[in-house]
Ligand binder design. Structure first.
Ligand code: FE2
Length: 206
């Protein structure tokens, strides 16, 4: 189950009032990237891709939280609404290398997330949103490399960072094959945004 486009956009707007920040524009751009790429793939629904894209980070509505916390909150909120397809994307978008993304011993929300991810079968929408999360800045679309550095400067790197980047490059190639062109060919102003100097965003100190 999915909300319609208007409901999804309204949800993001409400969430942006609850927790203002660049994440809402990042979400809109992830949705647009997903739509543009899906339009070029014969087996995908572009409206569904857009809705999943704009809601993939909806867990951030609860405030400035960690990666596992926003994943978990997005899952719980979407399930409460009956949007199981959104709930799945809230979970899967952050874990392109599945079980290898987790430490042996996990705690709190990560116990539930790890169980879910390890036993879940990814489909093309999961893969698409893992990719689009890394193509979308708040200011527009950018080359994967730029977003990887942007995220790493804010959250740091881990022992799995390079594997995660490589998995995402693999997804890029997977969709390029289906589209019969580069993914960058369908992302407006990707070159301009990639080369734009954007100050690093830090959460406000409370
Ligand atoms: Fe995101």
């Amino acid at each position: 189950m999915l909300p319609d486009k208007k409901t999804a956009e309204r949800e993001l707007e409400i969430a942006g009032h609850l927790n203002p920040g660049p994440w809402t524009n990042h979400s809109l751009n992830a949705g647009l990237a997903a739509k543009y790429i899906a339009e070029k793939c014969t087996n995908m629904d572009a409206d569904k891709a857009y809705i999943l894209g704009i809601l993939h980070d909806i867990g951030r509505r609860v405030g400035i939280v960690s990666v596992p916390k926003h994943v978990y909150e997005g899952y719980v909120y979407s399930m409460e609404k009956g949007w199981d397809e959104v709930a799945k994307i809230c979970m899967t978008h952050s874990y392109p290398i599945k079980g290898k993304d987790f430490a042996e011993e996990v705690q709190d929300e990560e116990i539930f997330i790890k169980d879910y991810i390890v036993s879940c079968a990814y489909d093309d929408y999961d893969r698409l949103l893992q990719l689009c999360d890394s193509l979308a800045l708040a200011n527009g679309f950018c080359m994967l490399e730029k977003r990887f550095i942007d995220v790493s400067r804010r959250y740091g790197v881990s022992s799995t960072s390079v594997s995660r980047w490589n998995a995402t490059f693999g997804i890029k190639e997977y969709f390029a094959k289906q589209m019969k062109c580069s993914i960058y060919d369908v992302l407006p102003n990707v070159k301009e945004t990639t080369f734009m100097d954007i100050p690093l965003w830090k959460p406000p100190i409370k």
